[in-house]
Design a protein around this ligand. Structure first.
Ligand code: 2HG
Ligand code: ZN
Length: 465
């Protein structure tokens, strides 16, 4: 734990009342949405300016105190968990939108800006911030950048990385760097901005981000389609992609739908029961596009890939169809799921799915397995639900054994053990399934350059040595 005298010194670096050490705050700010580690930070500090962040980092270097960044704490890999007496640096009071430029279509955000705040701001300007996911109401831009957040529109718009025009960071040495200065074209050597995106706070803290916006989409329209089996999902993707620019292509299993129906507040898409469902979305900018979508749907039915389907006819119906997919993670969190967030290239999805499905069927015969995810970009979320009669530790231990085979399969297909949730602490021991030992040595050398004292979110991505 950090010495009390040091915490007193920390208090002098920020405004009065902006260091908390009470038990409730330590518990709340010491964890994210994972349930693997008990929170145990020493203090929570709330800087209000870049200068204060810099002072905190310099103080931490001087006294070798570990810092953990904290945004909306909606993460699913324990990257924002402080389980070892660290000081949590929370960006809740650096939550302003500082500037907007209509010609650059850019917004300067402090790291604590909530994702939805940026989405709403863009909408008010007649524009669009396209990175979206279920936790957009509480996740913060700084955290999104730290994990290179993905979500439900990646198939069309890519990950958070694509929307970061420039960053101001405080490095682990306490230096302030202005990275890329919001330029579209810039060929002046290493793009250090990219290193900080997805670094999970291990190199330094993002203290300001210029985010790009896009044109607002035109008449977004969703279809939910029921398929007879796993194998039909990818042909449906290819058929629709051949004729339409999709903004989303998601899937979920009957088990996921059953959990959503169990809530009682979301209407069923249609009466036919199907083993799998696809949710796809496109801009129905004119009648021709909508007709193309319907013709493709009919083609898929004729081919036997689709059993039933529905298309949204209003904004309300669009929202209701999205609830079928977006509410899954929160709804099943009640069953303390063991999570996987794996990806392969789209062309490999069918063979990969077959292999993973076989492992799951062989090894989890008694567990409830819930499949869903962003299958259109190759990202699958596999969630195993904890049976009531098993303790959390017994259950996670059993899943960890099976998980080895899942990750071996990911490696075999040159996939990623974390498509969008990040490595944090939950996946750091498995990093070698996606990154070679030599590559990891280079990654550690990068960390050492930005954070020589190892104070920035230690133990995340790789273990402390
Ligand atoms: C989603 O796609 C989120 O809903 C959460 O990435 C996935 O809970 C999960 O496994
Ligand atoms: Zn996801």
């Amino acid at each position: 734990m950090t010495d009390l005298a040091l915490i007193d010194e920390l208090m002098t670096l920020v405004e009065p009342g902006k260091v908390l050490t009470d038990a409730a705050s330590l518990d709340a700010y010491g964890k994210d949405w994972t349930k693997h580690f008990a929170p145990a930070p020493s203090a929570i500090v709330f800087p209000k300016s870049i200068e204060q962040v810099q002072a905190i980092v310099r103080w931490a270097n001087q006294h070798k105190v570990a810092l953990v960044p904290s945004g909306g704490r909606t993460g699913l890999s324990a990257a924002a968990v402080a389980a070892n007496g660290e000081v949590v640096v929370a960006f809740d009071y650096m939550n302003q939108i500082l500037d907007f430029n209509e010609f650059d279509r850019s917004v300067v955000c402090q790291p604590g800006v909530i994702t939805q705040q940026l989405q709403d701001f863009a909408e008010a300007k007649g524009l669009y911030y396209p990175v979206d996911f279920a936790s957009a109401g509480s996740s913060q831009i700084g955290g999104n950048i730290g994990t290179n957040a993905g979500g439900i529109k990646v198939i069309r718009y890519g990950m958070t990385r694509n929307w970061v025009a420039g960053l101001k960071v405080v490095t682990g040495k306490g230096d302030v760097l202005e990275l890329n200065k919001d330029l579209i074209k810039n060929a002046t050597g290493y793009d250090l901005r990219q290193l900080f995106i997805g670094a999970e706070g291990t190199l330094g803290f993002v203290v300001e981000a210029t985010m790009r916006l896009d044109r607002a989409p035109n008449n977004l329209t969703a279809m939910v389609l029921g398929t007879p089996d796993f194998d039909s999902i990818m042909p449906v993707l290819h058929a629709f992609r051949a004729r339409l620019d999709l903004t989303a292509f998601e899937f979920f299993s009957d088990k996921a739908l059953a959990k959503i129906m169990g809530r009682g507040d979301v209407p069923a898409p249609f009466a036919t029961d199907c083993p799998f469902y696809v949710l796809l979305e496109f801009e129905a900018s004119n009648e021709e596009v909508a007709n193309d979508a319907l013709a493709t749907f009919e083609h898929c039915v004729e081919q036997g890939w689709v059993l039933d389907g529905v298309m949204s006819q209003s904004e309300q119906q669009l929202q209701n169809l999205w609830k079928l997919r977006e509410f899954i993670s929160e709804t099943i969190s009640h069953w303390t799921p063991y999570k996987n967030d794996i990806s392969v290239t789209v062309s490999k999805v069918p063979a990969f799915l077959k292999d993973i499905d076989a492992i799951v069927a062989d090894n989890y015969p008694d567990f409830e397995v819930v499949w869903y995810g962003h299958i259109g970009d190759g990202n699958l979320h596999l969630n195993i639900l904890k049976p009531q009669n098993l303790s959390k530790d017994e259950f996670f231990a059993k899943c960890a054994t099976v998980n080895k085979w899942v990750f071996e399969t990911v490696e075999k297909y040159n996939g990623s053990i974390s498509a969008e949730h990040g490595v944090g602490m939950t996946k750091r021991d498995y990093l070698t399934y996606s990154r070679s030992p030599v590559e990891i040595e280079y990654m550690k050398a990068v960390k050492a350059a930005f954070d020589p004292n190892g104070i920035m979110n230690p133990g995340k991505i790789f273990a402390v040595e």
